[in-house]
Write a protein that binds this ligand. Sequence first.
Ligand SMILES: Nc1ncnc2c1ncn2[C@@H]1O[C@H](COP(=O)(O)OP(=O)(O)OP(=O)(O)O)[C@@H](O)[C@H]1O
Ligand SMILES: [Mg+2]
Length: 465
Amino acid sequence: MAMNITAGTSELRDVTKMERIGAHSHIRGLGLDDRLEPRANSQGLVGQAKARKAAGMILKMVQEGKIAGRAMLFAGPPSTGKTAIALGMAQSLGSDVPFTIITASEVFSLSMSKTEALTQAFRRSIGVRIKEETELIEGQVVEIQIDRSLTGATKTGKLTIKTTDMETVYDLGMKMIEALTKEKVLAGDVIAIDKTSGKVTKLGRSFAQSRDYDAMGADTKFVQCPEGEIQKRKEVVHTVSLHEIDVINSRTQGFLALFAGDTGEIKPELRNQINAKVAEWREEGKAEIVPGILFIDEVHMLDIECFSFLNRALEGELAPLVIMASNRGMARIRGTKFRSPHGLPVDLLDRVLIVSTKPYTEDEVQQIIQIRCQEEDTQLTPDALTVLTSMSMQTTLRYALNLIACGKVVARKRKAEMVDVEDLRRAYTYFMDEKRSVQWLKEQQGSLVFEEVGGKEDELMDIGQ
Ligand SMILES: Nc1ncnc2c1ncn2[C@@H]1O[C@H](COP(=O)(O)OP(=O)(O)OP(=O)(O)O)[C@@H](O)[C@H]1O
Ligand SMILES: [Mg+2]
């Protein structure tokens, strides 16, 4: 039986994304000017000029639709802004180009096979821009009449609606009555009703009603009574990802699975059908493919099977741009005995454009600390800023950034507005950085549980190289 493949766009249109406050919430973009030159300190990003410029160039190519099925790798020491720059790219990409972020280890922890998880991530990163014609009923409400049944359980009604040229009466069912009541539609409002989804939109009050102005709120919008036909065809464009089309059409799941996040495995036959359908839509001029970006953080945590899958998937017709990040030097490729740069097999490295990130100078670190202080709504005294900057140079940038919040708590305890050197010093004694922690472990001489991992080479051994 031939399946009826839909893009399910009317269900998806209302899904909005939430923003999270976190370690990277100060990043607003890549901070480049029109010529793609990185500004020293802009949109939350400081320094790291070369990598930002490279990221900007790649973005430009993605936006022009020139690049898909390629891969790039951000390689550099920890806390040099690899993840931050990738997030900056996501921010400047524009809302209808998909950007998916996964961490390599997620692939192993989902309740599905590794290759299925990667396939889903790939398909999430490919957008399909669909042009749909919807039929609208648009006009000024003349009258709404609602009749309750004797028990009050059911309602029926009539809606009279007009344009400057005609007037029509529609019968209303329960669902439409509810929708109209929810939007508080009154006689004199100009409304649009989407015929497929039944969604009611209030466009404003008709000018003819403006004499009732006093009775309306100050924010009431007045519009002209529409002209011409009441029923109109309108073209709307929206972008959904291939993965969303997959889930909506998988019979076991349905689109609700998108909200629960529990999509399970999707059958390859279904994907083939969807690919064929999308190709058909493209030929008919109904849809366009928008290749997006898939960002795989900590990519050295993938294993050899995943890497060979990536190699192959990058050559597929519907492949996004894959960006990876790794902080490893020479490391063992998971699932093999071999070592290789960044923990990536050489055949994959061969296809990848590598961009390196470098440690920050003291001045740059100071600016990043200042940005974070603003973000966390914390004030440092000038001395504290100098001390925190030099702490960062001796420990790590991340540790220093974490101390901002701790310092704030300590300062608040002594009822001070600003975080001073003493507060930082306290916080420094409460929380160890990595170097002190290693030192402390050495001093403990085996009094902790599970200290010896065992002599043979196991999965944990390549961490921290
Ligand atoms: N150039 C920068 N401008 C502003 N903030 C930055 C910059 N680089 C890094 N940061 C901030 O410093 C912290 C650490 O950076 P990030 O997480 O990007 O490092 P990373 O290179 O991904 O490290 P790892 O290899 O450990 O994952 C983050 O909070 C990040 O937002
Ligand atoms: Mg990172």
